[in-house]
Ligand binder design. Sequence first.
Ligand code: AMP
Ligand code: ZN
Length: 113
Amino acid sequence: MDCIFCKIIEGSIPSKKVLETDTVLAFHDIQPAAPVHILIIPKKHIATMNDVEREDLRLLGDIHHAAQQIAEQFGIKERGYRLINNCGPEGGQVVYHLHYHLLGGQKLGAIHH
Ligand code: AMP
Ligand code: ZN
């Protein structure tokens, strides 16, 4: 499959892994937008948030659980962080394999005015 994140999962494209379970993988974003910028993805190829089916809902919980653990691992659990999914063209999605950005390590800007 021509999916860059599937290639990261299978290991044919390298990544700096921070956490791996039977269902999810987390690794450093190649272009960090904050001191901590980790991508959390399901190992199952799901293109976007819109393609999540009922049978996949447990994966979303697994991703949130991974986020919690990674925040602890990077010492930002109490200071706070942001977990973001970009969906579709206007959401700014570039890679069409479901992923969540875990951002932290600095005071992040407001997303509303
Ligand atoms: P999005 O705009 O939500 O689709 O975000 C895609 C993210 O994937 C961007 O933040 C990229 O910097 C990141 N990215 C793209 N290729 C790689 C890669 N090979 N390893 C790590 N992160 C990547
Ligand atoms: Zn994929």
